[in-house]
Design a protein. Sequence first.
Length: 297
Amino acid sequence: MWLLFGLFSAILLGLYDVTKKLALQNNAVIPVLFITTLISSLLLLPLPILSRFFPNQMQHTWCYVPPIDARTHFYIFLKSLLVLSSWIFGYFSFKHLPITVITPIEATRPLWTLLGAIVIFSEHLSYIQWIGVIITLGSFYLFSLSGKKDGIHFGHNKWILFAITASLLGSASGLYDKFLMKQFNRVAVQAYYVFYQAIIMGIIMFLLWYPKRKETTPFKWRYAIIGISIFLTLADFLYFFALSDPKAMISLLTVVRRSGVVVSFSIGAILFREKNITRKAICLLGVIIGTLLLLLT
């Protein structure tokens, strides 16, 4: 069951990527990110309120948020900082790069998660898994060559570095999620980490972006911003539900969750009419095959 929830989360995550690209085209990143986190926090706000005043009724649902102490808030706040850091790098890269360039980079996240598990948890790879690592890295290299046809040089393009940094931070967040799900209530984690994100982004926007707003890309309201919040909130809800299952494997769930790039790549290629789709699709297929081999023991 947890794997099925992970698959639904992946589909929603793919739609989230598409709406994110629509919202960020020729638009200011910081206010888009702030409004996204604000809407998400408002969507989840009823859960802790209802759990506070109607605990007996809410305890029998999937949406119950139990009381949490200061220690739990601290760990959730760290989650907010980690995810927000990944989002800031990721949103800027989404704004400046084609979606068919971004999605294969994001598809490598399971590789970084697995390598992180090796370093942190002393896990070992089988020969087949090492082959998967080689195929993934090889496909990523070929993809970098393909990107040159779009005028994008991976070694000298700071937005590519932003995308890679976002993927690395996202992988670290995935490892941290497994720790959080073992310790704390999944709904409490989602509700409060989004709340903290909105506060942090509000401070960043009004202290750093707003005073210099006339010197940067102007902000334009787009309904796709609402789509970002809805798709991400639903995707995270299903993801945390799947991850809270004691039988859930973070390595497998990460691969399934990142399969959403197929959705964003396909829709994005059609919607934005980007170039060299066949070459990029072959590289993306190589990344997917490599990550699937990582699942074999």
